[in-house]
Each structure stands twice: as C-alpha cells, then as structure tokens.
Write a protein that binds this ligand. Sequence first.
Ligand code: NAD
Length: 494
Amino acid sequence: MAERFKNWIGGEWVDAKNGETFISTNPADPADALGAFPRSTAEDVAAAVEAADRAFRDWSRTPAPKRAEVLYKVARLLEARKEDLARVMTREMGKVLNEARGDVQEAIDMAYYMAGEGRRLLGYTTPSELPLKACWAIRRPIGRIGLITPWNFPIAVPSWKIFPALIAGNTVVWKPAEDTPRTAYEFAKLFEEAGLPPGVMNVVFGYGEEAGRPLVEHPKIDMISFTGSTEVGRDVYTRAARKLIRVHLEMGGKNPIIVMADADLDLAVDGIVWSAFGTTGQRCTACSRLIVHEPIYDQLLEKLVEDTQALKIGDGLEPGVQVGPVVNEAQLSKIHQYVELGKAEGAKLLLGGERATEGKLAKGYFYKPTIFVDVTPEMRIFREEIFGPVLSVVRARDYDEAIKLANDTTYGLSSAIYTRDVNLAMRAVEDLEAGITYVNHGTIGAEIHLPFGGVKDTGNGGREAGLAALDAYTEWKSVYVDYSGRLQKAQGIE
Ligand code: NAD
C-alpha cells in the first residue's frame, strides 16, 4: 500500500472530502509508488480558498520584513534538505539528480531574493503639480491567489510564484501537477516547519479539470498564476476573464538555436546537446529547432550526432546518467506519435526515434534522443511543442533567413544564436521574437533575478522572476496627500 498524504488547508492536513486518492509513481520504474494523494474536487478547493481568505487580513497587515523572516527560514530549510528534495524529485518525475539539485537551488535563490524584498518592495515618490501636496505610489497585495503549476520544474516553478506572492502579502492556494504531488508535499512541509501562519499557503492536490478548474472559477480568487501548456492556459484565461481577474500565464515553447558559419562549433554543439536533450527535452525553454547556416551544416551535424549518441540514458538517480525517463506513459506515446508524424511528413530521421529498452530501461518510460533533418517549416514537428528529446534541424542560407525561420512560430519563450560576429549577435538580440535571447549559449539556463517569460502564445505579457515578479503579484496604489488646507484642483481647473 502506498503511503497516504493529505491536502494542507488552513494549517491542517486533511483528506479530500470524497476520500478518493490517486497514486504518484516513478517514471524510471512505475512499480515504485511515491504515495497516494487526495483526488480533490471543488469542495476541497472551496475550503482552501476560504482558509486563504481568513488568513489574508492578518498576513497582508504583517510588516513585510516580518513576512520575510518566514521566507528566510524556508530558504535555510531548503538548503538543509536540498539533497533529499532532489532525490524525491528525480524519483517522481525522472530528471537526473544533478538537474534536480539545480531545480531546488532555484527555489533557494528565489527564497533569499524575495525575502530580501521584504525590506524593499520599493514604490516611488514623485512631485505633485500643485503646491503643498505630496504624491507617492506603493505596492499592495492583490488578495487570494490561485497557483497552478506543471511537473517539469516541480519546486523551481512553484517557488517563482509562492515567494513573490507571499512577500507581497497575498495568501495562496496551490494546485501542484498531478505527476509531482510528493515533491510538492515535501516542499510545502517546509513552509509549515518555518512557521507560516495557518491558511497563508494552502495546497490542494488533484487533477487539472477536477481541482484546477474550480480554483480558476472560485469567486473569491483574485488572481490566477498558471504555468503549463498553451492549450490549458487558454482555457484558464478564458474562464478567468469572466471574473475580470488578473491572470499570469507562462506556457509552451518551440525554442530555436541559430548557428552561424563563424561560430565556435564545439561550443555550439555542447549548447545544443544540453538544450535539446537535458531534462530529456522537457523544459519549456528546451531547444527543439536547430537552424544551421549552410556552410557548416555537414560539419556541425556530424559532431552533433556523435555527441548525442554518447549520452547515457538511465535512471536519473544513477551516477553518470545524462538523460532520464520522460514523465509518464502518455507523454512517451505522444513523443513517439510525433516521431511517426515527422517521418510521414517527409523529414529524415537521423538518430533515435524509438523507445530505449535495453536491460532495466524496458520497465521505464525511456526514449532515445532523436534528431530529424530535412525538416521544412510547414511540418508539424517544426511547429508544435513535442516536449521530449526530439530536435528538428533546418538549413539557412544566411542570417536573414535564419531569423525568419526562428521567428516562424506561434511561440516566443527562449532563443539563441552562436556567432563570433558581434554585429550579428547584437542584431539577433533585437530580431529574435522571444522573451529570452542567449548569445553563444543554448536556450536553457535562466537565472532567477532576471525576468522570465515569453511573447506570442507563450504568455500574456507578464514576467516571472526578477523584480518583474513583483509587478505580477502586486497592485499599484497611488496616494495623494493635500496639506494646503484648501481645495486645489489638478489640471489647472479654476
Ligand atoms: P499542463 O498544461 O497539462 O498542466 C499544467 C497544470 O495545469 C497542471 O497542474 C494541471 O493539473 C493543470 N490543469 C490541467 N487542465 C486544467 C484545467 N482545465 N484548468 C485548470 N488547471 C488545469 O502542462 P504540463 O504537462 O504539466 O507541463 C508541461 C507544459 O508546461 C509545457 O507546455 C511547457 O512548455 C510548459 N511550461 C512552461 C513554463 C514557462 O515558464 N513558460 C515552465 C515550465 C513548463
């Protein structure tokens, strides 16, 4: 029997009201269960929102430096438990241990960064157009915020939402992904241990339509912050629009790397392999389109294939493994369907294109790193997010064509160019339609103190991380104090 875990509502650990559960399993070995979790419904969500509502008054009035003290404690607990959390994460969603450590490290960095904001949360003062009148603008909390997160960064992505939301004085209800409830549970426990007052953060486990949707639609939820697929994000946005609430969306990507003929090819190949096959291609910023300047096409491909073939696939907990399993069976079959589609569309399969089943791999959801060449921009493998270890390669005659290909997508999260020509590099920073551009580095590796997010169908204009996160999780209030003792009218009205 799998160990049984509960929702965290108003500071209590409680079962779903219907008593139902779902099981979380290890994608490297689905017989290994990480626990049974409440299969929550609208009733449980409502209880969590009520708890967040009750906690809001006191938490929002607690001075921000005091709120920060709790965040500092969570940061220290995260540091102390980093290894345990990373191991649970690898066991639950498959990313290799080193990357899982990086995932936890992002949360540590974000916790310290946002705790520091407890003594800033800067607004601004500005002169009035009238005498004897003062003006300033301050950040206020939004209220009760619903957080819905994906499984691919089960601690980092929630941390980008939870820490800025809490430091700003909001209370939250978090619905973690159904593929990573155990990791979410272990993370949430640290907030309890750090002494976060009851109800300030609530966790409701369950499936998207059963628990996520009621959170979006609950009348007392003042904002939704969602990270996940564009398809679900569109549904969330549409439903939330009826309530006219703020919605922060971080969604899919189809991120390009351009390699120009003058690039350092060894450096480029290192970056491509890391960006396309790191985290088994399951990053929103993963590189899935490679655009190669014609003169170096054959040379680059040869080295890329050689280095990709050398990647070690296996259980992410084993030392030396570079590519773990994909998250679940549905994702495995989706990836394979795209590979079949790519072949049917006329792309040439250069490498991979099948499950990895040698020895112990047979029991898990392992897929070989896959490279398609002779891809054209009309093909669906060039256009749609596959979210697995599949790279589509196209040729470009020159810089302008490379940029045109890179921008020929509905997504706009990350992008990269390899070149030694500083002029081209600077032009690409302007020309690439994406929220993030790297020069001489692959598409992955964002740092927490810079804004993170995308343009086009990747987002709806907001940014996470960095100071931009405060814009997402606060409302501006403008304050006017007239100390003239008489009625003064703005805009020169007599
Ligand atoms: P998903 O959209 O299937 O699920 C994300 C979350 O939404 C889960 O918690 C799920 O339970 C919930 N959900 C599902 N249906 C819902 C509904 N109808 N109403 C409310 N909630 C619902 O995504 P996923 O498979 O968990 O994650 C992979 C996706 O996330 C990829 O598209 C990836 O690019 C994207 N992603 C984006 C970023 C970013 O910052 N841009 C970061 C990580 C992942």
